[in-house]
Write a protein that binds this ligand. Structure first.
Ligand code: HEM
Length: 412
């Protein structure tokens, strides 16, 4: 059986509305946003639990640990919702250009793909229970909810990883579908897990929360209710976590680097080794980080590293699938300029202006204690955001109605 021909036949015959590389680039970019919030959610959840258990252990800093635990519980709560929302975009792009691989992988582990939704719901509910209960002097047993949530989040990451990784191994699909020639349609197994890849990607949550704490300490510099001693405690902790997190991430990264199939050209690939070098550099930099460094800079560099990781995942996918005869370049294109223009205009207008307005508003409002008074720039941004939203809704309906009428006249 020619697996390349099988994969190409499984493609959507409707094709794609613009050049496939457009979707590939968008898939890589949007995944960065998804994984950044996966890291922030897991990192802040882990730290919230750790800090929760350290509250009473140390008399001098116990109150700081308690405050930090409550703050990180909130950060994780918001981050989970953002990681879910931001996961949708790369999911759609994957389904557009890698539909044969993604759907096959999901069907082969169907029960897990469905369990993913339910476990995520249970995990998020448990986290909310913890959030609700985690106050000053909270009882120790409420930590149970946090542990359950954290365990399930990690399980969800494992399911995501297996679905991504199985999609790279089409030569094994038949063995999983019909082991020993007997068809097994249960979808009851996660068939392939590459532990170094999973541990590395998930483990980046540790340095992520470290650089987040550095940014957090900087962000609240102007708020008198976050006194200098507390911010110094948070900053020093962030620096230590980031230093160790980046250093330790080298272990699974190197294990992953040497786990690629011989002859795939990936073991010595420069992008993989660039990541190794960047991790080592970040670890050394965090070790020597002085007070004069801008608090946001480590987070910006960490985000850049995720961009390289996103490219690396795509390079790996190309190296696995191209020898089998699958490349996105050959996807049928049925150009649809109006929808492409609408898409990019939405991205710029709604994403840029409306998203930009919300981000600016939240950023500035959070730096003020009590009531926040928006200045002229923010109120102008708000007016622009509402206007662009109105134009977008109007275009959406007018365009939709015009197409429907055009189609129904053509049918008659
Ligand atoms: C707690 C929940 C989640 C965790 C911990 C998580 C974690 C991960 C991880 C670790 C990967 C990389 C896997 C790898 O490359 O080996 C990944 C990929 C991905 N995740 Fe998530 N994720 C979560 C929820 C979601 C949700 C809700 C969505 C969609 C709405 C989503 C969409 C994606 C997509 C599209 C990919 C890339 C798949 C590909 O490239 O083929 N994730 N996720």
């Amino acid at each position: 059986m020619d697996i390349g021909a099988v994969m190409n036949t499984m493609r959507d015959p409707a094709g794609v509305p613009a050049h496939p590389v457009v979707f590939q680039v968008l898939m890589v970019i949007t995944w960065v946003a998804h994984i950044a919030f996966v890291h922030l959610a897991l990192g802040s959840a882990g730290l919230a639990i750790f800090a929760f258990h350290r509250r009473g252990a140390d008399k001098a800093t116990g109150a700081y640990w308690e405050r930090l635990s409550m703050a990180m519980t909130k950060v994780a709560k918001v981050s989970v919702s953002l990681l879910i929302v931001l996961g949708v975009a790369p999911l759609l792009f994957t389904q557009v250009i890698y539909d044969p691989q993604w759907y096959t992988s999901n069907v082969l582990s169907g029960r897990w793909a469905i369990a993913f939704i339910f476990t995520l719901i249970v995990a998020y509910c448990c986290w909310f229970a913890f959030y609700h209960a985690n106050h000053e002097g909270a009882k120790k047993h409420v930590g149970f909810y946090a542990w359950v949530a954290f365990g399930l989040f990690c399980l969800d990451g494992l399911i995501m990883h297996a679905l991504s990784y199985q999609a790279l191994l089409p030569e094994q699909w038949m063995n999983w579908y019909a082991p020993g020639g007997m068809v097994d349609t249960r979808g009851a197994a996660l068939h392939a897990i590459q532990w170094p890849r999973y541990v590395f990607i998930m483990g980046l949550a540790v340095p992520a929360v470290g650089v987040f704490l550095l940014a957090y300490a900087h962000y609240f510099a102007g708020r008198e209710d976050r006194e200098p001693a507390y911010r110094a405690f948070v900053g020093a902790l962030g620096k230590r976590i980031a230093q160790w997190g980046y250093g330790l991430a080298l272990v699974p990264m190197l294990a992953w680097q040497f786990d690629f199939p011989a002859g795939s050209g990936l073991v010595l690939h420069p992008v993989g080794w660039f990541i190794v070098g960047a991790l080592a550099t970040m670890a050394l930099w965090m070790r020597q980080l002085g007070d004069d460094t801008h608090g946001y800079l480590p987070a910006v560099c960490g985000f850049g590293l995720l961009g390289v990781l996103a490219v690396w995942r795509e390079v790996i996918r190309i190296h696995y699938l191209r020898p089998l005869g699958y490349t996105v370049q050959t996807y049928t294109v049925h150009a649809d300029w109006p929808s492409t223009v609408l898409f990019f205009a939405t991205l710029l207008g709604i994403g840029g202006l409306v998203g930009g307005f919300y981000l600016t508003l939240l950023y500035r409002a959070g730096r003020v204690r009590g009531v926040y008074q928006a200045d002229r720039t923010v109120s102008r941004l708000g007016t622009g955001a509402v206007s662009v939203l109105g134009v977008w809704i109007a275009v959406f309906f007018v365009y939709g109605i015009a197409i429907s009428m055009h189609d129904s006249f053509n049918l008659n």
